[in-house]
Design a protein around this ligand. Structure first.
Ligand code: PGA
Length: 243
């Protein structure tokens, strides 16, 4: 039984517009809000739309704080494929958000536990995430929370599945260059967000989307836990909508 609000849009561009409406409403009503951000191809139309709206004077990012979901282990912030670099290139460098108000897990952390605890502590010090953006992986991952026998609570290190490594090889010279591990917010970190917007586009996501929201809640489909979150808006395009 699905409690999620589902908005079906025509295509990725319309997804970007509708998702941006949710961010605009949040930022206008809470200018120093905390937004949780995601990488991947799916959010790109949204990020373009947000930058455009700030240029048009509709949104002001100067007081907004942001926390990203995840980062590859072993990649420096300026590495071409790091998620920090992705965020700089695709959003942060085009909006007025202050660099010190953006956090991404440190891919080079040597004391992993201390880094993960500090990440959680920073989000908590900011008052928690007001609006969390999520994509979904073909195996049902959110952030890099891969299928497991339990739902991990906090920011932690994960070993990536073959499916994820394969999906992400398109960004690297070869599959051997794809990091095998990552740092990610936990499912508990994600579920603590006050509101969640999940964006899903493309026919290749149809099957996992059906399992996630219309199947049993199961840590083997990590995103299925979202059925228990009271404030999720799923924005998917016609190609991804399972019905
Ligand atoms: P994608 O990635 O948007 O590039 O499909 C989604 C994800 O893996 O979470």
């Amino acid at each position: 039984m699905i409690h999620t609000r589902v908005i079906v849009v025509k295509n990725p561009e319309e997804m970007g517009v509708i998702a941006a409406d949710h961010f605009e409403a949040m930022i206008q009503t809470k200018p120093a809000c905390v937004i949780g951000l995601a990488t991947g191809s799916t959010p790109l139309p949204l990020y373009r739309e947000l930058a455009k709206r700030e240029k048009e004077g509709k949104i002001d990012f100067s007081r907004v704080r942001s926390a990203n979901l995840d980062e590859y282990k072993g990649l420096a912030p300026d590495h071409e494929q790091s998620y920090r670099k992705f965020m700089q290139d695709n959003l942060f460098d085009h909006i007025s958000i202050k660099p010190e108000n953006t956090i991404v897990p440190d891919g080079l952390a040597t004391d992993v536990q201390a880094m993960c605890e500090a990440y959680e502590a920073q989000i908590e010090a900011w008052g928690g995430v007001d609006l969390q953006l999520l994509g979904i992986g073909h195996d049902g991952h959110i952030g890099f929370n891969e299928p497991d026998d339990h739902f991990p609570a906090m920011t932690h290190e994960v070993k990536l599945t073959e499916m994820t490594i394969d999906a992400n090889k398109r960004f690297f010279d070869s599959i051997d260059d794809v990091p095998k591990s990552a740092f990610t917010m936990g499912i508990g970190t994600i579920m603590a967000a006050k509101k969640i917007v999940m964006v899903v586009t493309g026919a290749d996501k149809k099957e996992i989307l059906k399992k996630t929201f219309w199947g049993p809640v199961d840590p083997q489909v990590p995103a299925s836990i979202l059925q228990f979150h009271p404030n999720v808006v799923l924005i998917c395009d016609e190609a991804a909508y399972p019905f």
